[in-house]
Every structure is written in structure tokens, then in C-alpha cells.
Ligand binder design. Sequence first.
Ligand code: PSU
Ligand code: MN
Length: 305
Amino acid sequence: MLNKYLDIKPEVAEALAAGKPVVALESTIISHGMPYPQNVQTALAVEQIVRENGAVPATIAVIGGRLKAGLTPEEIEYFGKKGLSIAKASRRDLAVLCARGEDGATTVTTTMMIAHMAGIKVFATGGIGGVHRGAETTMDISADLEELAQTPVMVVCAGAKSILDLGLTLEYLETHGVPVVGYETKKLPAFFTRESDFEVDYRMDSPEEIAKAFKVQNELGLPGGMLVANPIPVEYSMDAKVINAAIDQAVKEAEEKGIHGKETTPFLLARVTELTGGNSLESNIQLVFNNARLAAKTAAAYCQA
Ligand code: PSU
Ligand code: MN
């Protein structure tokens, strides 16, 4: 039985019932990740790219206490316009938002949860949350990692930003049994740059190979997801020195200001964007497009696997 709080957009429900590929997309990236109107333009363009690559897009959000798998263009516009005034919804927020009939922008965590409730296997985003620098004392570890450990949805991302401790993030995923796959690379991409100092578990070179591995994972009855790290296209990748200087500065400011809890990631992301100007926004948009293409092809391959 489907969840009584879940609304699946008819186009999405039809595709799922027919065994056709669907790609989930998150809404925190719309409300909190980019400024208006670029956020709305990007979200609509991402949906178009998913379609062009053979899948049906399902942008996910909480609206008026309903869990939405698939938004209309008007709903996407609403989320983009309201921006930061929409609550960032992680796992712990879902019940209260539904009980109160409120809106929430879904993170990787809640997008995975709602995708899974709807029966969607593949999800494309920009970057995931992870273990923050200094987590050995702050214990700031994103709920995204726990969700990857327990919910069987594949997340296609561009790696994680080095606002995080990438090494500890990989350790955490290893402990929780989450496979980390590099698309056409053995290096873990670091969002704005194609490489970091760290290696992924497996390199895979086609959507079919990735889809097959995830299908087998599901058939084995393993509970968790899979993380697919897709490097930003070369032409949009940024100078590591420039981006790392901005990240170090943002992390220092967050410490000085005592930023913590759910505010940490949005603060760091916003400061990095401010410090690097429009360049990082364009790179961010392009890597999301790139992930949407790979996710759509992989979702299509999954349906054939
Ligand atoms: N990292 C990014 N871009 C993002 C996010 C993280 O590079 O947009 C967002 C995603 O929605 C992610 C969330 O799921 O932040 C993680 O927040 P936290 O670290 O508070 O768990
Ligand atoms: Mn956190």
C-alpha cells in the first residue's frame, strides 16, 4: 500500500506502473542551493535533460504537508521564489511538516525517502552532505550518509564539496556498507573539481554497468543505496586553488560565528558562492545537468537490466 501522505504526479505514476525509467530530483538545491531565478531555470532545464535522455523527471518536495513525487512547473516556480523561507527538510522534520501541513525543501535524505516510497530507484543531484571537518568534536555528520546506508536509491552526484572532510566521509560510507562508484574515474570527484586526494571503491564506465551492479544489490536484498560520483565536465571544472581558498575561508568564518546544526551546510555553500562569484554558480548548474544525463541513462538501463 502506498503511503497515505504521498502524492505521485500522474505522469510519474504512469511511467512507474509501465516499468519506464524515472529520475528523482531534490528541492533543497532549488530553495537553498541557488538564487532566484537561476534556481527555477535550472530545475526546469534539469527536468528537460532527464526527458531528452529517456526518463521521466520527478522533482521531490513537501507541499502543504503532502509528500510530492513529481512537481508541476508552477510548483517549481513557487519553491524557487520562496527560497530560503522554505524549511530545509531532513529525516527528522518529515513527520512534523506533514502533521502541520507545511512546506519543506527535501535534502538528499528526504528525497531518497520519498523516492523510495514512490518506487523510484535513481536520483540525480549536485553534491551530497557528509562528515564535516572537525566532526571528531562537533559530531556533525549529514543524515544523507545514514540514508544511503538504509534506503535503496542510487544517488548520482558530482562527489562532495571539500567543505566536508572527504576522507572521513568515505570511511563512514565504508562502515555502513555503501558502495561508492566513480563514473569513468577511480578518483573521488570534489564537486567543483574532477579529482580529490581520495579514491572511490569502483570505477565503472557505462550506465549499463552501474545499473547492473545496483540491480544485483537490490536482488541480494541489501538494504542501502549506492553513491555514483560523476566528475564535473572538464570545461566547467574550477581551479582547485581558488575554490579551496574560498572553502577554507568559509569554514573559518563558520567556526568564528559558531554556526552549527542544520545551518552549517547552507552557510558554507552560500559563502563559497559569494567568495567565488558567479563562476561557481555556472559550474554548479553544469554539473547538475551532467548528473541528470547520467542518471537518466542509468535509470533507463536499470529498467532493461
Ligand atoms: N552539498 C552541496 N549542495 C547542496 C547540499 C549539500 O554541495 O545543495 C544540500 C543537499 O540538499 C544535501 C544537504 O542533502 O545540503 C545536506 O545538508 P546537511 O549537511 O545539513 O545534512
Ligand atoms: Mn549537519
